[in-house]
Write a protein that binds this ligand. Sequence first.
Ligand code: GLU
Length: 301
Amino acid sequence: MSSIGRYAPSPSGDLHIGNLRTAMLAWLSAHHDGGTLRLRIDDLDPRVSSVEHERQQRIDLELLGITFDGAELRQSDRSEHYQRTIDRLADDGLLYPCFCSRREIREAASAPHVHLPDGAYPGTCRTLSTAEQARRGEDRPAALRVRTHNVEISFSDRNYGDQREFVDDFVIQRNDGVPSYNLATVLDDAEQAITEVVRGADLLPGTARHVWLRNVLHLPHVDHAHVPLVMNSDGDRLAKRDGAVTLTDLAKLGISADAVRGRLAESLELAEHGETPSMHELLDRYDPGSIPLEPSVWGSV
Ligand code: GLU
């Protein structure tokens, strides 16, 4: 069966070289076995999303030759669907309100004798009585967390191999009412009938949450293939402050989208220096088993 992949940019800024490299890999992976790539607009959070960024992202993806098929999905259209699932999880007794601030979580997680992966929730609000919940709710609106019993989940990543991770009581609905990315991504992948998720390796930690939630909601399995990030010359994750890192910046320096695709292809060992192959030419050369797994470095241009 051929794959249905997706690329899911957040329209909160321009796509940089690292985002574009991931998009190329998602396209190649989906088309490699005759499948298709769908677009999802991750505009869940209205405060950081904008139609201008979305417009520019679409232009940049098209300039690079990244095409999409099938119906697009826009997270801001899906509030009712997310809410139905939140209600269902609540009816099943799986959710509890959490009043912790980020600082409280950090402090509780770093207390002596607490051994949790970075960023994991230490369970502070899991056992609050109804009276305590009411009292704390006077000071601060609650987020909703799901009871996972910190179960350990195993799954296999096509590039990074077998993974085992403890799943913490993660957020399902933020305390401003916005559904969490973890909930939305799992529901949206099912809605778009996605069979493979190709995305940046920064999202590998936490993927066990998605596997866990898919099981609980009886949603179909997806294959995961996380791909290495692009770093700056100091070895930090590439960011806007690293200079000319978007197609718009690079075009101003006289570097065309074709040339950028060529350089990214070279970083994937799919092109020689100076070559500018099209996406379809790259598809002929692409072998999913041999993408370089060490982070790629984008030197300043
Ligand atoms: N919207 C997310 C991002 O831009 C990607 C989410 C995903 O691929 O699951 O980082």
